[in-house]
Design a protein around this ligand. Structure first.
Ligand code: ADP
Length: 483
């Protein structure tokens, strides 16, 4: 741990534009969730400076010739290489402000980087159409063009990947991007921006606004209502997503929304149980359970519950908690006190419902670090069943039949990720058809990839990120009729 010193980690990147030289009530203090130490105090943007940035970016789009597809691809490729050169330093910075273990943070850098690399190549495949016109004297063309200036609003759980996933697709499509990182984790975005500057990505094409908690909703409103912003790409809670849509309704703002999830993790009686348990550990406890695709409701066939439980608990017992920079740590702290309070309330609600807590308890081990907790539910009428848990609590529900497992899985307003473990081909066909989720992952606990569409049904959002589907989100279709 000694070699990891906050100053050293921060010194690897250029934060001068935002680093506050003195205390200010408008400053955004970035804290380490492991020990609550101040990492850096940042100056912040006001409504006026945000509007100025939007104006400057808009003017640039209008006055300058936009970058050619080749130049865009080239810049994205250079950005990707720069990020990979700084992979470990970026990972350490993520750990510092977000708390996840270093190995997970480095994987996040690789995962986020993969999108930039993929879109650096994909932009050149954007193509229009020449239609066979029904009139001899007319030509019908279809042109795909960038939507324009995009605002991205990102969460704290994957501060690098969520920004990279949105920005790279938007830039590849020919858009400009103004991004607003989460208040808990702005440093990773600023570090990515400083690397972008080094390779020549200009402020006029990719910029950031740093917003303290007190001004988030005002700036959010500005982004939704400013007519120079053509699209909002948001990842965060369903509540805030709905609020943004309402704010943008007046000017029919366009949205891509990646909102909450409530993933079922279904374990049938005929699966490889050891594999299911290993993958469940990954899916449930990654990032201390703070991902929108984490296993949220674990459905186990009642016939195998007695085989499943000891196997799963043996694996849970091996999970080591600690500071993310500690080589042994597999699970770090929750992000902040508010998250911890909500998590405790959810556990207490579950306890009151009569659930059988078979492992650990809700007490924090140290500060915001919580040990894994496992409970067998006695009812589905609990907050843990209907809400995103966002903490290391595994809740198990018994099921008797496929129909029951599917019905319970779909009994949620969310529809992002779902998981199924079985060796039966017929069951795979049935579940993949009937599960109301944007993603069905069979016999694995992770699936995210730069080539594949990520996104949800129902109140989990609209639009997709990743692959050619992600590029579509930032393109408009123009029909040109020439006589
Ligand atoms: P979480 O519950 O995961 O923190 P949020 O939806 O609160 O999710 O936050 C996700 C992102 O949305 C963050 O960047 C946060 O600053 C931003 N955000 C929160 N409230 C608003 C708002 N009213 N307008 C615009 N952005 C917001």
């Amino acid at each position: 741990m000694q070699k990891f010193n906050t100053k050293n980690i921060v010194s690897k990147f250029d934060f001068t534009e935002y680093q506050a030289s003195r205390a200010g009530s408008d400053n955004l203090d970035v804290l380490n969730p492991y020990n609550n130490e101040l990492i850096l105090s940042l100056t912040s943007d006001s409504l006026a400076t945000t509007a100025e940035k939007i104006d400057r970016m808009d003017l640039y789009r209008k006055n300058e010739t936009n970058l050619s597809i080749t130049d865009r691809g080239y810049l994205l490729e250079k950005w990707y290489l720069k990020i990979m050169e700084n992979k470990n330093s970026l990972g350490e910075l993520i750990v510092l402000e977000q708390g996840k273990p270093l190995s997970e943070a480095i994987s996040e850098v690789e995962y986020g980087g993969a999108f930039i690399k993929w879109y650096s190549e994909e932009g050149r495949r954007i193509k229009g159409d020449l239609l066979e016109s029904p009139y001899l004297e007319r030509e019908f063309l279809v042109r795909r063009q960038p939507v324009g200036l995009v605002a991205t609003i990102t969460p704290w759980n994957f501060p690098l990947a969520m920004f990279a996933r949105k920005a790279s697709a938007a830039l590849a499509a020919g858009c400009s991007v103004i991004t607003k990182p989460a208040e808990d984790t702005p440093l990773t975005t600023l570090a990515m921006l400083s690397l972008a500057r080094e390779i020549g990505l200009k402020k006029e094409i990719l910029d950031v606004v740093i917003v303290p908690r007190s001004r988030v909703s005002d700036i959010g409103k500005l982004l939704c209502t400013n007519k120079k912003i053509s699209k909002i790409s948001f990842t965060g809670s369903t509540t805030v997503g709905k609020q943004l849509v309402l704010q943008g309704a007046g000017n029919l703002q366009k949205f891509s929304l990646e909102l909450g999830g409530n993933a079922p993790f279904i374990i049938r009686e005929d699966c490889d149980l050891n594999l299911a348990c290993d993958e469940l550990i990954l899916s449930k406890f990654r990032n201390a359970g703070q991902t929108c695709v984490c296993a949220n409701r674990i459905f186990v066939n009642s016939r195998i519950l007695n085989d499943f439980l000891p196997l799963f608990l043996d694996k849970v017992r091996t999970i080591k908690t600690g500071p993310g920079l500690d080589a042994d740590a597999q699970m770090g702290p929750l992000i902040n006190e508010e998250a911890a309070t909500r998590y405790r309330a959810l556990i207490s609600d579950l306890r009151k419902s009569g659930a059988n807590f078979v492992y650990q308890n809700e007490k924090s081990e140290r500060g915001l670090i919580f040990a894994p907790t496992v409970a067998i539910a006695s009812t589905t009428d609990t907050r843990a069943f209907y809400e995103e848990i966002f903490g290391p609590l595994a809740v198990i529900y018994k099921f008797e039949s496929d129909e029951q497992a599917i019905k319970h899985s779909n009994a949620t307003n969310y529809g992002l990720a779902s998981y199924l473990f079985t060796d039966c081909r017929h069951a795979i066909k049935k579940y993949t058809k009937l599960l109301d989720f944007g993603i069905v992952c069979v016999n694995a606990g992770t699936f995210s990839n730069s080539v594949a569409p990520f996104g949800g049904l129902k109140e989990s959002g609209m639009g997709r990120e990743g692959g050619s589907y992600g590029l579509e989100e930032f393109l408009e279709t123009k029909f040109i009729s020439i006589k």
